[in-house]
Design a protein around this ligand. Structure first.
Ligand code: CTP
Ligand code: ZN
Length: 154
């Protein structure tokens, strides 16, 4: 199949393509990048056909580049996503995601009594993995939460 037939969302010149996002997770990842996206061209595809996933989401952001640490913060939502750095219409770099040891300033602590809700400090969780099970431990209140509880918490 030709490249132009394969391309489901228009190619970008310079920037970041987050590919192989599980369907319905794209919107969450977009929220994580909210601040960086002001005034940039963003194209998204939701529920696109994918041979590997059946159905996938994809996000393309012009002129924004994310480093490996930032990319790894996405792994909690989309462990199999690929982050492509595009330069002059070519894939210059392809990052596979690794779960980070810590997740900093992204999620709120689900414990309403946690000091992070009353003090001007950023949240910080240590990532604990037991086989396929992922848990997060708040650095401040030391409570342990399942991945889903933290990522679903507003
Ligand atoms: N892409 C883009 N704009 C470009 C080049 C690539 O939007 N100028 C997108 C492609 O549509 C694809 C992703 O970036 O979604 C990665 O491109 P490429 O590595 O060429 O595709 P694949 O080989 O299908 O990637 P993978 O092996 O990660 O599935
Ligand atoms: Zn806490």
């Amino acid at each position: 199949m030709s490249k132009s037939m394969k391309m489901q969302v228009e190619a970008i010149n310079n920037g970041t393509v987050i590919d192989h996002i599980p369907a319905n997770i794209g919107l969450k990842l977009l929220k994580l990048f909210n601040i960086q996206l002001v005034n940039q061209r963003v194209t998204i595809g939701f529920n696109l056909p994918s041979s590997a996933l059946g159905c996938k989401d994809i996000i393309k952001v012009e002129n924004v580049f994310i480093n490996e640490d930032q990319a790894n913060q996405l792994a909690l939502y989309a462990p199999n996503a690929t982050v492509n750095q595009i330069e002059n219409y070519e894939v210059a770099k392809k990052l596979n995601l690794k779960l980070p040891d810590q997740i900093h300033a992204i999620f709120r602590c689900p414990n309403s009594n946690c000091i992070t809700h009353n003090e001007p400090v950023d949240s910080n969780f240590r990532v604990l993995t037991k086989r396929d099970d992922i848990q997060l431990k708040c650095k401040y209140c030391e409570k342990v939460f399942s991945r889903e509880i933290v990522t679903e918490h507003p």
